[in-house]
Ligand binder design. Structure first.
Ligand code: HT7
Ligand code: ZN
Length: 858
């Protein structure tokens, strides 16, 4: 399959001014009539032909300016598109096609889910609905008329504002939608079926009354409150923070169970995975509630950063995604504890993006090439992209950043632009030269920051150096500007200098601090001011910072780094057959954390969690999944036994009385209580988990208890899993949790995971279920996935092959855990390669899965 390169970008030969669609819905034979008002693009070299994208379409008719197109002017292209020769400078093209939503298991284009119709057009799904120049730099105004059977499809929704509706013969009806804002085709959407609306209102600060609605399946109306509340808070926040108001009379959301990602920001008609809408205390965990708030905000914020100002081409994806993740992170931080939110964001970046940056699929935030764009909706484009925006704000200051945003939107409203345009707006608004900073967009890999110190006669010298390892296609790296937020702390814990921001621009720089009364301990990268790996501090310094720093991030980070160093030593000990012992330094850090746990329970829960097995593996030249698992298992048990009385007390003291609440304080208390429960479980004390499982009235507590039991060898394990299944078998989102708990349990080997894939409730066509079993097993159960027998790799390869015939996007995503085979020992590496080669050898493999597999093998 061809590689698409950023440097090959050419403007479209024709623009589309107006699109009028008429869609007659039918499960197997939907008819789509499209009327496109086309105009030659003055900015492109003149060509006589118009090329339109198309995929899985059956063409019924085509006419240009009212006359049917003769066969010698109309050519079918190899990928499924059309070429029309002899085009005038402007013309009206009318086509009619037939498509089958029922046959669409790819979940791209128009498809059926639970008998209702949904679309997904990002990135290239609109071409599966009609022939079109399906690229984001073609922005057009749309009207959409939908026609369907009234009994089965009472609800007919599309983008923009409602613009008429009526009855038709034979029990059919129609509705028309008009979107006044020009948009790229990837933002087009249709939702139709038997759905019910939960309604509310929002009045913008300039007085526009907006009718809000969330469409769900009957019976789910009571589970939309948190999503609706999150939406209204997001709308108010964007007005207060960026002066950005909503721009239509309606804002509709529809929830669907079969969806490839989390949600989609279609103009005026967001489509959401039910996972990010539906929540009741009995069925959703605190993490689910937080996820809903974040994703609702994210999609809403896209209305300006992505929809009104969109991407010129898909290489610019982070222009909208990195910026919008930055905005949703900022919003969520403003809703509760900013420090705890930052820890969660950093943990996610490190667990998903750092490994990606070190693996075979490493790519810059703005990639240079791709085979399948769906493979580039990555942690690098999203999470690292957000970090880059965050650093930019740190460099130019908050006020300048806001000015830059205003300028960016004023300059580029209704345009399809590039990352350079965004950086230019920030540079022009601030007067700060950001040319070097742009390397962050161009260079892949995680920079490594090293610290050296000297102290003599009150003079403290801090030397920082940076280097970025080679990544595929980028052997040599240049230094990037790294903002290092820092402070100096004296032996008594008091600050010895004002907090400041150092800017490391070169490979190595030295900073001098004079007149200090004693040698300070440097507190570096406060708030995780840059997405880098820091090393060079001693264990003693880390222990000191964990206890004394005023910056919550550095306190957490230092305890994590300390634990990491201790665990790596223990892995080495285990490999040389030495007995394992609880390191007293780590016990002391834990004791200190427990002393202060009630000051900030949410923070304490985060800090008490040991670094993950995946994180430890990432620190080793050659991973040893068995030893890492054994060490972490041992440590959790040892800490649980050492502090059993204190964990038991915490678990008792934090028991909730009164109604379930979903604010930051209540979430924090539940998190700490369940962290205590997990440590007790690791120490072999599962009676509390059994009692909590039996009595829990909310899913957070129920699932925390079930996890402890599922990971234990308690006789109650099987009964608890069976009871959970029996209770929740008709709630798909809860059943996902049942699969996930087992998939991630170290007690579940590859054979048990494989057996679960034959369970009657497992469904290859439902991406949530696939992620809950296959994704969770391969990415979240390293000891079982990397079993020395190779059966974990074989199971994943079998699943990828089966999935590729059903849903290529989901199949390609599932390849990732097989990628880092070079990080495993020779035997495991060979088996991982064999699994990749077996997938690669499948005839008819999709281009997306092929790209992931071939890059992993390279
Ligand atoms: N912009 C949306 C991306 C998305 C997507 C991409 C490929 C295939 C299916 C998809 N569903 C949604 C989601 C977002 O980042 O807001
Ligand atoms: Zn997004």
């Amino acid at each position: 399959p061809p590689t698409i390169r950023r440097e090959d970008y050419r403007p479209p030969a024709f623009l589309v001014e107006q699109v009028d669609l008429h869609i007659a819905l039918h499960p197997t034979a939907t008819r789509v009539r499209a009327r496109l008002a086309l105009r030659r693009n003055p900015a492109a070299p003149a060509t006589p032909a118009l090329e339109l994208d198309g995929e899985a379409l059956t063409l019924l008719s085509a006419a240009l300016d009212g006359a049917p197109l003769a066969a010698d002017r109309l050519h079918h292209l190899p990928g499924g598109g059309l070429r029309i020769d002899g085009m005038p400078d402007s013309a009206v093209l009318e086509t009619e096609v037939e498509i089958s939503p029922e046959a669409n298991s790819e979940l791209s284009g128009l498809y059926l889910s639970g008998g209702n119709y949904f679309t997904q057009c990002e990135a290239e799904g609109f071409r599966r609905i009609t022939y079109f120049p399906d690229r984001p730099d073609v922005m057009a105004r749309y009207t959409t008329t939908l026609e369907a059977d009234r009994a089965t499809c009472p609800v007919l929704l599309s983008n923009g504002n409602p613009d008429g509706a009526g009855e038709l013969p034979d029990g059919r009806h129609w509705a028309r939608w008009s979107d006044p804002h020009p948009k790229p085709s990837y933002l087009f959407a249709v939702v139709a079926g038997d759905l019910v609306a939960v309604r509310d209102r929002f009045t913008t600060r300039s007085g526009r009354a907006v009718a809000l609605a969330i469409y769900v399946r009957r019976g789910d109306e009571d589970a939309c409150g948190h999503a609706m509340d999150s939406l209204k808070r997001s709308m108010a926040w964007d007005e207060a923070t960026y002066g950005l108001e909503y721009d239509l009379d309606v804002f509709n959301i529809a929830a669907v169970s079969d969806f490839n990602m989390g949600a989609m920001e279609n103009k005026g008609l967001n489509v959401f995975n039910t996972k990010y809408i539906l929540a009741r205390p009995e069925t959703a965990t605190d993490a689910d509630y937080e996820g809903i708030e974040t994703v609702v905000a994210h999609e809403y914020f896209h209305n300006w950063t992505g929809n009104r100002v969109t991407c010129r081409d898909w290489f610019q994806l982070s222009l909208k995604e990195g910026l919008t993740v930055f905005r949703d992170q900022h919003f969520s931080a403003d809703q509760g504890s900013a420090a705890v939110k930052r820890l969660a964001d950093v943990r996610r970046l490190r667990s998903a993006q750092f490994p990606e940056d070190a693996g075979p699929m490493a790519h810059p935030v703005r990639p240079d090439s791709y085979v399948e764009i769906n493979n580039f909706y990555t942690a690098t484009v999203y999470q690292k992209g957000a970090e880059v925006v965050r650093m930019m704000r740190a460099l130019i200051g908050e006020a300048n950043f806001r000015r830059g945003m205003d300028l960016y939107i004023a300059r580029h409203d209704n345009q399809a632009v590039t990352i350079e345009d965004f950086v230019r707006a920030m540079q022009d608004a601030s007067g700060v030269d950001l040319s070097r900073f742009s390397r962050w967009y161009a260079q892949a890999g995680t920079p490594e920051l090293r610290v050296w110190e000297a102290f003599e006669a009150g003079r403290y010298t801090l030397t920082l150096s940076q280097s970025t390892p080679p990544t595929p296609g980028q052997p040599d790296k240049q230094p990037v500007p790294i903002p290092v937020a820092m402070g100096l702390i004296g032996p008594d814990g008091a600050a010895l200098a004002e907090p400041q921001m150092l800017l490391l621009e070169e490979t190595e720089q030295t900073y001098v601090f004079e007149g200090l009364p004693a040698k300070p301990v440097p507190s570096l990268l406060r708030g995780f001011s840059a997405p880098v790996k820091l090393s060079g501090l001693t264990l003693e310094q880390l222990g000191f910072l964990a206890a004394h720093d005023t910056d919550a991030f550095v306190r957490w980070e230092s305890s994590q780094q300390y634990a990491t160093a201790a665990m790596l030593e223990m892995v080495a000990a285990l490999r040389s057959q030495k007995p394992l012992e609880l390191p007293e330094g780590l016990a002391a850090i834990t004791a200190a954390l427990l002393d202060r746990a009630m000051e900030d329970p949410a923070f304490a829960a985060e800090a008490l969690a040991l670094p993950s097995e995946e994180f430890i593996a990432d620190q080793m030249a050659v991973a040893d999944p068995e030893a890492i698992h054994a060490v972490r298992h041992f440590l959790r048990g040892a800490l649980g036994r050492r502090f059993a009385a204190r964990f038991a007390a915490l678990h008792g003291d934090l028991a909730e009385s009164g109604p379930y609440r979903i604010d930051g304080a209540a979430i924090g208390r539940r998190a700490l209580r369940n962290a205590a429960l997990a440590y007790l479980g690791a120490a072999g004390e599962t009676a509390r988990a059994e009692a909590q499982f039996a009595a829990a009235t909310n899913m957070t507590d129920s699932l925390a208890a079930l996890r402890v039991l599922a990971d234990s060898d308690s006789p109650a394990r099987e009964a608890a899993l069976a009871a959970f299944h029996a209770r929740w078998k008709d709630e798909p989102l809860v059943l996902d949790k049942w699969f996930m708990i087992q998939a991630m349990s170290p007690r579940t080997g590859a054979a048990a995971a494989e057996a679960l894939s034959h369970h009657p409730d497992f469904d290859l066509r439902n991406p949530n279920r696939v992620r809950a079993l296959v994704g969770a097993f391969a990415a979240g159960n390293p000891a079982a996935f990397h079993a020395a027998s190779g059966e974990g790799y074989r199971f994943l390869a079998d699943m990828v092959i089966a999935l590729d015939a059903v849903n290529t996007q989901v199949a390609a995503r599932m390849v990732s855990p097989l990628g880092p085979w070079k990080r495993q020992d020779a035997a495991r590496g060979a088996m991982m390669r064999a699994a990749l080669e077996r997938i690669a050898a499948r005839p008819g493999l999709s281009k997306g899965t092929y790209e992931k597999v071939s890059k992993s093998l390279a």
